[in-house]
Structures are given as C-alpha cells and as structure tokens.
Design a protein around this ligand. Sequence first.
Ligand SMILES: Nc1ncnc2c1ncn2[C@@H]1O[C@H](COP(=O)(O)OP(=O)(O)OP(=O)(O)O)[C@@H](O)[C@H]1O
Length: 292
Amino acid sequence: MSGLGVETGALTKSYGDVTALDGVDLSLEPGKIYGLLGRNGSGKSTLMSILAAFQRPDSGTVRVGGHDPYENGDVTSQIALIRESGDIPQASVRRVLGYLATLRPAWDTDYAHHLAERFGLPMRRHAQRLSRGQKAALACVIGLATRCPLTMLDEVTLGLDAPARYLFQEELLADYVEHPRTIVISTHHIAEFGDLFEEVLILDRGRLIVHDTADGLRERGVSVTGPAETVDRFAVGLHVLGEQILGGTKRITLYSHPGQDLERQARVAGLELGSLPLQDLFVHLTTGKDAQ
Ligand SMILES: Nc1ncnc2c1ncn2[C@@H]1O[C@H](COP(=O)(O)OP(=O)(O)OP(=O)(O)O)[C@@H](O)[C@H]1O
C-alpha cells in the first residue's frame, strides 16, 4: 500500500458566522508528503478533521481513496489524524500503545517501542501526566507507528524541543522511504520542516491559495545580493518583497523571476541570485497585498 489519494470539491464549512472553509478543491496524489500551511484560523484543522471524517462539511464532496470517508469504517480505518491537542486515551504510555495496536491494522509495535525509547518516553507514566513535550512526542510516536495509508499530523511538533523535532523529521523520512504513504503535515515551523514537503498547500481564510511542488514554490521568488547601489539600479521597476542591508551590501527579495535577460544582466553586474526560503514566500503570500 503506497497511500491513499484525496479529492475534495467545493468544500465548505462554517461555524455560525465564521467561514472556516470556503470552496476548497483539493487533489492529493497517493504516496507523497504534503505540507499544509496557513496562518492561525485559516482552516487547516477543519480541513483535516473533515478528511478524517471527524465531521461533515456543510457542502461539497470528499473522497479518500475514491470513497466518501464519512461513517465508512473501511476507509476511516486507513486514516489517522493525530492532533497536538490530544485524543490520547487515559492510560499509561505502554497501555496506550498496546490499545492502538488493536485498533490500527498496520500498527508496528516494535517500531512504536523503538520510537518511544528514542523520544525518552516513560512507558509506565499515565499519558495525562506527561509534560507538554512528552505528550507531543507520544502523538508523534502514534502518528508514525500507525502507518496509515493517509496519515495527517496536525501541529504535532508544537511542544517538542529542538532535538526532538530533528528526531521526528529523521524518523519520519526514514520510515516514509520504507513504507510510503500519504502524509499531510500542518505546522507553523515552516523553516524547519520545509525540506520534508514534496508539495505545499496554503490555506488563507478558508481558501486554498497555493498547491504547488515545494521546489516550484521556492522558484516563485528570487533573492538578489550585492553592492547596495548596484542592487538598487537592478531593482527599478521590479516587484520587491523585502530588503536587508548589511554594511554596503544589500539583499532584496523579488516575487517572481525577473526573466532570463535580467538574470543575465544581474550576473554580469556581479549580483548574486538565490532562491527564497519557503517561509518568506509563505509570509508574503498570506500577509502581503498579493494574498488572494
Ligand atoms: N468548533 C468550532 N466552533 C466555532 N468556530 C470554530 C470551531 N472550530 C474552528 N472554528 C473557527 O474556524 C476557523 C478555522 O479554524 P481552524 O482550527 O480550522 O484553523 P487552523 O488553520 O487550524 O488554525 P491554527 O493554525 O490556529 O490551529 C477559525 O476562525 C476558528 O475560530
């Protein structure tokens, strides 16, 4: 099994007068790692909870592996949504892991124990008494060891310290290579987790404003660095997102490539061109005047 595909059509969901999702058309191919990004309240958790059939949309269609997941046990048994906020049974870590082994067809007990050990989880401690970071680590262990064909991780790394976040990335990539599946990760740690994503989805106020490969997204912008005066001359008439000055050196970021001729000119003038970090593009797309 190399993962489940996802299709949604014109998905909408409101809570009272708050529109959480506003006509989301989504198509996820099986077996890829997706980054689901968006500012606070943009609809990420709502989208994932609908894909996991935790709730119904107000209108629109959802297909996971070609089927409507709602009240469809054959499909939901292949979907895992792990949330930072918990959903963890009230029992010791060891019992929680044992219980999940009975629920999840692809659960790997040895792997779960290996992960728990790497994260330093106290197996006998009651899950409710774990520290915030330990709870997050337990969520990561569960998210990885379920090996569900559609695994969605909603902000699971939020409480983890830096070494644990690196550990999570390392384990996720290694396990994904061995057991490919569809993985959707929502996170605000974009700079850190950006390299994990094959494709990036950006929600903005309930609308899907970007679905692109991570490389395609990075290539939408360019940085230009060099002597301040040369950079300023080069920038005339171009769409500059931001600038940094360090001594006599200036670095500007441009949204969209200036074109081959201008790039050549820039290089001839001794300017250095580079791609933009995902996080800069994300900030631009969701806060700038270009946010759609
Ligand atoms: N149960 C609910 N009742 C009322 N409003 C809700 C409910 N759940 C979500 N909302 C609202 O819907 C919008 C989308 O929320 P959602 O949790 O999906 O966003 P998010 O992108 O996951 O946010 P964050 O990054 O802050 O976790 C927000 O305005 C939120 O306040």
